[in-house]
Design a protein. Structure first.
Length: 440
């Protein structure tokens, strides 16, 4: 989807719902710098972050300026120029099984001031974003959630998990293969030239990853405020394959007390090949003068324990839902991904908000490609495999991270023809565990 997300008309339903409570729903103009800066400060406050420094505020406003930014305003507030609620959204690609991408709408920066609870603001914002997504032609909407009890009512479901991986450095002995390339220390500025290309290839490998935007790479490499303490503590490395081509990179820091071994921490490791992934992990876990290596937002299915002599050196913690998906157009969404075996499956989808409601026949060929047909509600019942499920359940199984049979055991999917669940489990399974390695 290549267009200006601000060209979409403002959702009249959200406008009217908020107006009934004396509030204004406003689409911000990126050229209105005072309004954008007030919005960015309100978003920072909403997530309980410290007041931003000027350089960080400039960065946040620049990133938000590329998106569709809404604020909710109360003219009777002490500072009416500061929004009491925030949200932004933008069109982007979501990687799906088979190495392909589906058009999606990312929802972010959702905050509501505690001074304005229970006034219908969150509902107006969330339903407004679904309207924006539909108007943009997105097959689905998605978000990362700080709280797990809010978004299900709007049809979102957890579709990809993430975890913290901690390695006891004192028990580390590498038994994996040597990578054919090599790891280099590089300065962040030079790495910035090749990082976007590496990240694009890395994202395509894993269902659940989303397209990277320039601002997140700049922040990962410490380029937003290069003279700040956090950026100065970062070290950056790049992996080049045996042909000298950059295939991966990582940024990390070591935190420690004076004259004591430290802990190596990283939030960003991007690998376009398995060799790059192994080489970067080996570089990180074999550091001297550290007691532990800790990576956040890593896959729950990391290969690392199989690369060490003692797999118990690896601890997986903080496992939880991370990427939430909300299907809007089942035909486009289901057509985009590849499937595990050929055959046909009918899905009867319930959706209280109406976006994805209907009957659909998914027909997969020998190469895993699907054709999806919307069926008339009054058509005869399917003679083959068929399931009855809600839009949340469809989102949960979409990337292959949750088996339909698990949701059936929870009473959330109904098998309406024999052996449908066993077939659907194999159909929706992905060749790689879904995973999202960033917040957005």
């Amino acid at each position: 989807m290549s267009f200006d997300p601000r060209s979409i008309p403002v959702d009249p339903s959200a406008t009217a719902a908020l107006a009934r409570n004396g509030l204004e729903y406003r689409l911000l103009d990126p050229a209105d710098q005072p309004a954008m800066r007030a919005w960015a400060e309100a978003e920072t406050r909403g997530f309980h972050h410290p007041r931003p420094r000027e350089i960080d505020l400039d960065h946040d406003v620049a990133v938000a300026g590329e998106r569709r930014v809404h604020g909710v305003y109360d003219r009777t507030a002490a500072h009416p120029e500061v929004p009491v609620a925030t949200v932004d959204g933008w069109p982007t690609g979501l990687s799906v099984p088979g190495g392909r991408s589906v058009d999606a709408w990312a929802v972010s920066a959702v905050t509501v001031s505690p001074t304005h609870r229970r006034r219908g603001i969150a509902r107006a914002l969330m339903e407004g974003e679904l309207a924006n997504a539909r108007n943009a032609g997105a097959a689905l909407a998605m978000l990362t959630a700080t709280e797990a009890t809010i978004y299900g009512r709007y049809g979102y479901a957890p579709a990809a998990r993430a975890a913290t991986i901690t390695v006891d450095r004192r028990r580390t002995h590498w038994i994996g293969p040597d990578a054919p390339g090599r790891v280099h220390f590089v300065d962040p500025t030079s790495l910035r030239e090749v990082a976007p290309g590496i990240a694009r290839r890395a994202v395509a490998r894993t269902p659940g990853e989303i397209d990277r935007w320039p601002g997140i790479i700049d922040r990962a490499l410490g380029l937003v405020n290069p003279d700040g303490d956090r950026a100065r503590a970062l070290r950056t490395v790049r992996y080049d394959d045996e042909h000298g081509q950059p295939q991966g990179f990582a940024s990390f820091r070591v935190t420690r007390e004076p004259d004591e071994p430290g802990v190596l921490e990283f939030d960003f490791l991007s690998a376009a090949t398995d060799d790059a992934e192994r080489a970067l992990w080996r570089f990180l876990v074999e550091q001297d003068f550290v007691t532990a290596v800790r990576g956040r937002l890593r896959s729950v299915d990391e290969p690392l324990p199989w690369l060490l002599e003692d797999p118990r050196a690896v601890t997986i913690s903080d496992v939880g839902d991370h990427l939430w998906v909300r299907v809007l157009d089942p035909v486009d969404a289901l057509s985009a991904r590849r499937y595990g075996l050929p055959g046909s499956l009918e899905l009867r989808v319930a959706d209280p908000l109406g976006h994805a409601r209907g009957r659909f026949r998914l027909t997969v060929d020998d190469r895993g490609r699907a054709e999806v047909e919307r069926l008339d509600e009054g058509a005869a019942a399917a003679s083959g495999p068929s399931l009855q499920l809600g839009v949340q359940e469809l989102g949960a199984v979409y990337l292959g991270g949750v088996r339909p049979s698990v949701l059936s055991r929870a009473g959330r999917i109904v098998e309406t023809a024999p052996r449908s669940l066993a077939f659907a489990d194999r159909l929706f399974e992905a060749e790689r565990t879904p995973h999202l390695s960033i917040w957005f």
